[in-house]
Design a protein around this ligand. Structure first.
Ligand code: GLU
Length: 474
């Protein structure tokens, strides 16, 4: 069977982290069937019927988030708002077949129904008073809403691919509104008509929509359309067990990007947050496409674990191609140094990246640790670096500088040997020389990387320049 999935976000100004996971699962399911089944398509529909919230920026934020995460969709994204006429047409079809009717209830009558329900301790249900009433009884000058003539008895059952069979007595559901009095379609109507027209076979979404699914199934049936498969995935909860919200920190994927997470790391993390393949933690996209199946999606709520995401990110940084990392780090360093980056910086980063990336868990850490490669002389020294460069250390450095100046070669191996020999002949432990060297060369005492390798990367002139800057501070 050819599989068509879709992601149907409402624009909120960012791509929500939970939405990103929903999008990922839909994308993977479609890709899996494209590669290993009878075909798969992943569609994007922007549910932009709330005109106040659906600004161009809010819609772009979704496109940006999806693109950054590498979740490409087939064809053009569909605007739900642009399909209003088609939604109305479907209601006309329902009216013609006797499955929908106008309801002229006044706001006062609805309030009465609500109050009654409240006093009886149940949730509000429209009592169907216009269901079989003759339209000739319609009050003058009142625009009706259009309601679905829902089944009164029996039950509606959903064989949910994640939640299992879920059922509700039809007597628990009222005749839902399809078109409001101003003629605008409700979400419940629009989503069914759009999913049908887009030939969606699998609706994979958050389980906050599970109760909507019952109504949507009733609507499919009334329209005489095939009901798609449903898979309602549990919501993401924060570390305290409550539904993920602003107080848990970043909500939009853009915030994760800004905090230095790689898209492949976030993808891997979101995949594992609610889906498993044995004990595998690091799962490449190709493996994910091969392995992804809805039967391995967990039923219970997934808890967001920032530390785990950070560790996974560290893994992806360590295994990321050095040139790719350099391209990510360079523009950030340029920003940091007001766009003034020495020409050599890119080359230095390329040579130093293997060592830099070993310790960084986020791109921000990587950028921070790469700063000394880009800094112009004279460096700003940290307090610790400054303390390391005391007068005794500077005396040694001064001696060492003279020797280095005369060295014929400039490779890490040769420099290492030279510094070792210098330390030995001066009766010093290596650290007594290496620490001031590091402080003078990087401005810190904690920079990553082998100091001799750093000297090779900087080259003779820059190394001696930095050392002499330190000496002249005395
Ligand atoms: N637009 C809805 C939302 O953002 C999703 C609707 C659906 O997936 O059916 O929550």
């Amino acid at each position: 069977m050819k599989v068509v999935t879709r992601f149907a976000p409402s624009p909120t100004g960012f791509l929500h982290i939970g939405g990103a996971r929903t999008a990922l699962y839909n994308w993977l399911y479609a890709k899996h069937h494209e590669k290993f089944g009878d075909g798969g398509k992943f569609l994007l529909r922007i549910e932009d019927t709330d005109r106040k919230r659906s600004t161009d920026e809010a819609v772009d934020a979704i496109f940006d988030g999806m693109s950054w995460l590498g979740l490409d969709w087939d064809g053009e994204a569909v605007s739900q708002y642009s399909r209003v006429e088609r939604h109305k047409e479907a209601v006309q079809q329902l009216i013609d077949s006797g499955n929908a009717y106008p309801c002229y209830c006044s706001p006062e009558e609805l309030t009465e129904m609500r109050e009654l329900a409240k006093s009886e301790g149940r949730s509000m249900r429209y009592d169907g008073r216009w269901r079989n009433r003759d339209p000739s009884e319609a009050p003058q000058g009142v625009d009706p809403v259009m309601r679905l003539k829902a089944p009164l008895d029996g039950e509606t059952v959903i064989a949910d691919l994640v939640q299992g069979d879920v059922r509700v007595d039809n007597s628990q559901m009222d005749d839902m509104v399809l078109l409001r009095a101003d003629g605008t379609p409700t979400y419940m109507l629009a989503v069914v008509v759009d999913d049908h027209d887009m030939e969606v076979t699998h609706v994979i979404r958050g389980d906050d929509h599970l109760t909507n699914a019952f109504r949507q199934v009733q609507l499919y049936r009334a329209l005489g359309w095939d009901v798609p498969e449903f898979a309602h995935i549990s919501l993401i909860h924060g570390p305290d067990g409550a539904k993920m919200s602003k107080r848990h920190g970043a909500l939009g994927v853009d915030a994760y990007r800004d905090q230095g997470f790689l898209p492949e790391a976030l993808r891997n993390y979101l995949l594992r947050l609610g889906w498993s393949h044995g004990d595998d933690e690091i799962i490449s996209t190709d493996q994910a496409i091969e392995w992804f199946d809805l039967s391995n999606v967990g039923k219970s709520a997934a808890q967001f674990d920032f530390a785990k995401l950070t560790n996974i990110n560290g893994h992806y940084i360590r295994t990321c191609d050095n040139d790719v990392l350099v391209e990510l780090v360079l523009p950030e360093l340029a920003k940091m140094f007001d766009g003034k980056l020495a020409d050599e910086v890119s080359g230095r980063l390329k040579m130093g990246m293997s060592q830099l990336k070993e310790r960084a868990k986020t791109l921000l850490e990587l950028i921070e640790s790469a700063k000394f490669f880009a800094e112009c002389r004279p460096l700003n020294l940290t307090e610790k670096a400054s303390n390391t460069l005391n007068s005794e250390a500077l005396d040694h450095l001064s001696e060492l500088c003279k020797q280095l100046d005369e060295s014929s070669e400039w490779t890490a191996d040769q420099l290492k040997q030279q510094v070792h020999t210098f330390a030995e002949s001066s009766g010093l432990k290596l650290g007594k020389v290496a620490q001031p060297l590091r402080a003078a060369l990087t401005g810190t005492t904690t920079s990553p990387g082998d100091i001799f390798h750093l000297m090779e990367i900087f080259g003779r002139d820059e190394t001696l320049g930095r050392l002499n800057d330190a000496l002249s501070r005395a």
